[in-house]
Unconditional design. Structure first.
Length: 236
């Protein structure tokens, strides 16, 4: 049985993204599709002074007329230092700070301007920290029919990888057909996080859900996060 998940590259995404990575054998970073401006590719949220704060990683002339794989960071040394200082100030008193901050330093200082490469590197380093062994691959590097779109593109990627099970985030129910996947001898599931069971102490504040994985890493041990990674259900 080979389970595949496919998602666009999102920087430091929330727990549901990591649950999908954890649930599959191969996670495909879908980067040969159009860049979505003001989406989660280069933006997310952390906790600053007890409130949700949106951050963004700068991308050069980001445009929905460009593919993600054609997009470049314009993340200067000074901007990287500023970002790390923001993380330091926000989380220096968090219980897991000493373990997590060096991992984030390594990621932020990764020497590339390729958006996808930067995000894949971040995924790989966090997977290493959490002992997630899922294979990560990049859709633009797969030998496939690139003329296909939507559901047929997903099916093509699954065929190329020899998948018999495809798991999609729960937000895509209307995009996929169980019957179409059955014709390809594949099972289709949707992953739904049990968000009511994923809570933790954020300093002395009321809990703010769905923040970046950075927040969860800072406040929780690896063992606790692995517990959260299992808090989902697969829906047909």
């Amino acid at each position: 049985m080979k389970k595949v998940g496919i998602m666009q590259p999102y920087i430091f995404s929330y727990i549901g993204y990591w649950q999908l990575i954890h649930a599959v054998d191969i996670f495909v970073v879908l980067d040969d599709v159009n860049f979505i401006t003001r989406g989660y590719i280069n933006r997310n949220s952390i906790l600053v002074n007890g409130m949700e704060y949106k951050f963004s990683i700068p991308v050069r002339k980001c445009s929905q007329n460009k593919l993600i794989c054609e997009s470049e960071l314009c993340f200067t040394k000074q901007e990287r230092e500023k970002f790390l200082k923001m993380i330091f100030m926000a989380y220096k008193k968090a219980p897991e700070f000493e373990k997590v901050y060096p991992v984030l330093e390594m990621i932020i200082n990764h020497d590339t301007q390729d958006v996808t490469e930067f995000i894949i590197y971040s995924i790989q380093k966090i997977c290493e920290y959490l002992f997630i062994e899922t294979e990560i691959c990049r859709s633009m590097e797969l030998k496939k029919n690139n003329k296909l779109r939507a559901q047929e593109r997903i099916l093509e990627i699954c065929r190329v990888l020899g998948a018999d099970t495809y798991i999609n985030p729960c937000g895509g129910y209307e995009l996929y057909s169980q019957e179409r996947f059955q014709r390809e001898h594949m099972d289709l599931y949707f992953l739904s996080p049990k968000m009511s069971e994923i809570t933790y102490q954020q300093f002395a504040n009321s809990f703010i859900p769905n923040l970046s994985i950075i927040d969860m890493l800072m406040f929780n041990s690896v063992e606790k996060i692995k517990f959260f990674l299992e808090k989902y259900e697969l829906i047909k």
